[in-house]
Design a protein around this ligand. Structure first.
Ligand code: COA
Length: 210
């Protein structure tokens, strides 16, 4: 079982190739519109996002936290400075977290509405995802959008598989993964569902397409 927002459980330092280093994280900045028309910027997390992440965590219900971390995790632990330094770090070779940011008018206050994280296990050629959307914005399409972007990044960076761990009663997340082509694996004795997507390298042709 794994919940990859615990940065201290990530892969060993320095184990990375680097499409991100080649392109720079600016490559992953995109604009998107929620179903209700709200404009957001989806971009890699930055060290100066710590105060925004504190506010974001304050918006999460206990249920959302439970589904995200596969168990309870107190707000005080989630917003601990030592932890958030790691969560917001810009070590894009090991991890990449995308945040969806909404800004109240030009130069107005920015809020983070969602976070999607990719942990890159380079030796295993595998990456792991986790996503969480602020309760007030769930059902707006953000979870699906973040997943689409994480899949694209994992594929572009040469990973062969993308995996995630989901509680069996997390119907929206299982639905999203099903729509995106993940297969479900039920490890024996483990209450958590593992989902896995085989990633065709970018540019490779589909079987039977030639
Ligand atoms: C799971 C989560 C990431 C989904 O993000 P979201 O922005 O709310 O989801 P989206 O709006 O992109 O899509 C939700 C999809 O689930 C569907 N859905 C919602 N409730 C559902 C239910 N009870 N059963 C089945 N599908 C459901 C929606 O209809 C939608 O599918 P559609 O696009 O085919 O209509 C978000 O709800 C969340 O943060 N949950 C708490 C944390 C969590 O569970 N993280 C996942 C751990 S990896």
């Amino acid at each position: 079982m794994s919940a990859n927002d615990h940065p201290e459980t990530g892969p060993p330092a320095g184990a990375a190739s680097s499409a991100t280093a080649r392109f720079g994280p600016a490559h992953y900045v995109t604009a998107w519109k929620l179903k209700d028309g709200t404009h957001v910027t989806i971009r890699p997390i930055r060290p100066d996002d710590e105060p925004l992440m504190v506010r974001f965590h304050q918006t999460l219900s206990e249920d959302s936290v439970y589904f995200r971390y596969l168990g309870p995790l107190k707000l005080s632990q989630r917003i601990e400075h030592r932890r958030l330094i790691k969560v917001c770090r810009d070590d894009y070779d090991r991890e990449l977290a995308l945040v969806a940011e909404r800004r109240e008018g030009e130069g107005g206050r920015a809020d983070i509405l969602a976070v999607g994280r990719l942990i890159k296990f380079h030796d295993l050629q595998e990456a792991e995802f986790a996503v969480v959307v602020a309760d007030a914005y769930q059902g707006s399409g953000l979870g699906m959008q973040l997943m689409r972007r994480l899949i694209r990044i994992a594929r572009n960076e040469g990973h062969l598989r993308l995996t995630g761990y989901i509680l069996p009663d997390n119907r929206p997340m299982l639905h999203i993964c099903e729509k995106l082509g993940f297969r479900r694996i039920h490890p024996i004795g483990d209450p958590v569902v593992k989902v896995e997507l085989a990633l065709r390298p970018a540019g490779a042709s589909k079987p039977g397409s030639r």
